[in-house]
Design a protein around this ligand. Structure first.
Ligand code: HEM
Length: 416
C-alpha cells in the first residue's frame, strides 16, 4: 500500500474493524504524517492535519502541553479534520478537556477526590449489586443482547450516581448526552438537547447548593475555584454545566465499549477466558489488556502553539495534530505481538486513557473498577459464550472515528 491510499475522512473505514493496516503502515513508513486536506471534507471547512501514530511520539506530545495545546480540541472533528471552528469554541477555556494547565489543573482538582481510588471504592459495592441484578435478569434466558442489557447499563447507572441524578431522570439525561454528540441530527435538535441538558444541570446544581448531598456533583457545586489573582469563587452556571456534560459523556460510552469489545475478544479467544476462570488473580491484568485491545478513544487532537520538529518533520504553529491512541496500543516497538489478545501481557502500559500528560483520563480508576466487577460477575454466572446474531457497530457521523464501539452484540451462553 501507499500513503495515497490512506484517507481518514472515509469514515466508513472506521465503522467496522479498525483500519489497522493503515496504522501499521504509518508507524513504519510515516510516523509523523501530514494528512492532506480532502476535497469532500474541505467543503465542510476542513483542512489538513498531522497524524502521529507511534507510542513514543504521542507520549511526548502529551507531555508537552505548551506546544501541543488541548484548548481547541477534541472539539468537533471529522476524520481528524477540524470543521466548524465556531462550535468548538463551546467550552474552550471552561471545560477541563479543552483547557491547558494551569487552568485545567485547577478545574481538575475540584473533582479529583471523587475519582481517587478511595472515591471509587465507595462506588464498588453499588456497582457489584448492579452487575448482579443485571446478570440475574438474563442468566435463566441463556441469551441476551450484551450491549444494552449489561455493558451500557453499568456505566450509565454509576455515572448517574456520581452526578446524583434521580432514577426517574436518568433516561432523559442520557438521551441528551447522546443527542449532544450525534451529528446525524439536525443542528437545531442537537443544540436543543445541549441547552436542555445545561438547564437541567444548572437546576440540579442549584438544588445541591441549597441541600448538599454526598455525591460528586454536590461537591462540584460547592467547590471554590481559585482565580489567578488569588481570589476564590464558586463555579458559574456554565462551568457547572460543562462538568456535568463532560462526566456524563466521558463516563458512559467509553466504558460500555470497553466492556462489549472485551467480550468479543473473549469469544474469539476462549482460551483467554479459560485462563481467567482458572486463576481469578489474572483479572486486573485482563482489564488492562481489554483496555489496550479495545482502545475506546481512537484519538484526540491538539493544536501546535509553536513550530516544532518531530522526527525531522516541521509542525507549524496553528497546525492540527491528531494523536492516535489506538495506534499507540498496537505499536510493535512497545508490545510483543500487539495483535494478540493476551490477558497475561506484562508490562502493559497502554494508551486507552491517554498517557504522559495532564489530561490522563479522570475516570480511569472508575472505569477499571467497573470493567473488573462486570467480568468478575460474568465469570461466576455464565460460560460457553457465543455470538448468536449480527454484531453491529456504532456510530452516527462524526464520532464514528473518535469513539469505536458496538451497538449490539447478541450472545448465547450456558448458565453456571
Ligand atoms: C474505558 C473507559 C474510558 C476510556 C477509554 C477513557 C478515555 C479517556 C481519554 C483517552 C482521555 C484523555 C483525552 C485527551 O488525551 O485529551 C480521557 C479524559 C477524560 N475522561 Fe475518560 N475514559 C474512560 C472512562 C471515563 C469515565 C468513567 C469518566 C468519568 C466518570 C471519564 C472522564 C474523563 C474526563 C473528565 C476526562 C478529561 C480529563 C482532563 O481533561 O483532565 N472517563 N478519557
Amino acid at each position: 500500500m501507499q500513503l495515497e491510499d490512506i484517507d481518514f475522512t472515509k469514515l466508513a473505514q472506521f465503522g467496522g474493524d479498525m483500519p489497522d493496516h493503515w496504522f501499521t503502515f504509518l508507524r513504519r513508513e510515516a510516523p509523523v504524517w501530514f494528512h492532506p486536506p480532502v476535497e469532500a471534507a474541505a467543503e465542510l471547512g476542513g483542512e489538513g492535519f498531522w497524524v502521529l501514530s507511534r507510542h513514543e511520539d504521542i507520549f511526548a506530545a502529551n507531555r508537552d502541553h505548551r506546544t501541543f495545546s488541548a484548548e481547541t480540541g477534541p472539539g468537533r472533528d471529522r476524520g481528524g479534520i477540524m470543521i466548524r471552528d465556531v462550535e468548538a469554541k463551546f467550552g474552550v477555556g471552561e471545560n477541563m478537556i479543552m483547557t491547558d494547565p494551569p487552568r485545567q489543573q485547577q478545574l481538575r482538582q475540584l473533582v479529583n477526590l471523587g475519582f481517587s481510588p478511595r472515591g471509587v471504592r465507595r462506588l464498588e459495592e453499588l456497582c457489584r449489586e448492579l452487575a448482579r441484578e443485571l446478570f440475574d435478569r438474563v442468566v435463566a434466558r441463556g441469551e441476551c443482547e450484551f450491549v444494552s442489557e449489561i455493558a451500557a447499563e453499568v456505566p450509565l447507572q454509576v455515572i448517574a450516581e456520581i452526578l446524583g441524578v434521580p432514577p426517574d431522570d436518568r433516561r432523559q439525561v442520557f438521551t441528551w448526552t447522546n443527542q449532544a454528540l450525534d451529528d446525524s441530527l439536525a443542528e437545531g435538535q442537537r443544540l436543543t438537547a445541549i441547552s436542555e441538558m445545561w438547564g437541567y444541570a444548572i437546576r440540579l446544581g442549584g438544588e445541591r447548593r441549597a441541600h448538599p448531598t454526598d455525591d460528586v456533583y454536590s461537591r462540584i457545586a460547592h467547590a471554590e475555584l481559585r482565580e489567578d489573582d488569588g481570589t476564590a469563587r464558586r463555579l458559574s452556571d456554565i462551568e457547572l454545566a460543562h462538568f456535568f456534560q463532560l462526566i456524563a459523556t466521558g463516563g458512559s460510552e467509553t466504558t460500555r465499549n470497553a466492556i462489549s469489545g472485551g467480550l468479543l475478544a473473549f469469544v474469539e479467544n476462549p482460551e483467554q477466558l479459560e485462563l481467567l476462570r482458572r486463576d481469578r488473580s489474572l483479572l486486573p491484568g485482563a482489564v488492562e489488556e481489554i483496555l489496550r485491545w479495545t482502545s475506546p478513544v481512537n484519538y484526540f487532537r491538539r493544536t501546535a502553539k509553536r513550530d516544532v520538529e518531530v522526527r525531522g518533520r516541521t509542525i507549524r504553529a496553528g497546525d492540527k495534530v491528531s494523536l492516535w491512541y489506538c495506534s499507540a496500543n498496537r505499536d510493535e516497538e512497545v508490545y510483543a505481538e500487539p495483535f494478540r489478545f493476551d490477558v497475561k501481557r506484562s508490562p502493559n502500559d497502554h494508551f486507552a486513557f491517554g498517557a504522559g500528560g495532564a489530561h490522563y483520563c479522570l475516570g480511569a480508576n472508575l472505569a477499571k473498577m467497573e470493567i473488573e466487577v462486570v467480568y468478575d460477575e460474568l465469570l461466576r454466572r455464565i460460560d460457553e459464550i457465543e455470538v448468536s446474531g449480527p454484531v453491529t457497530r456504532f456510530c452516527p457521523a462524526w464520532y464514528l472515528n473518535v469513539f469505536g464501539g458496538y451497538q449490539s452484540l447478541p450472545i448465547r451462553f450456558r448458565a453456571r
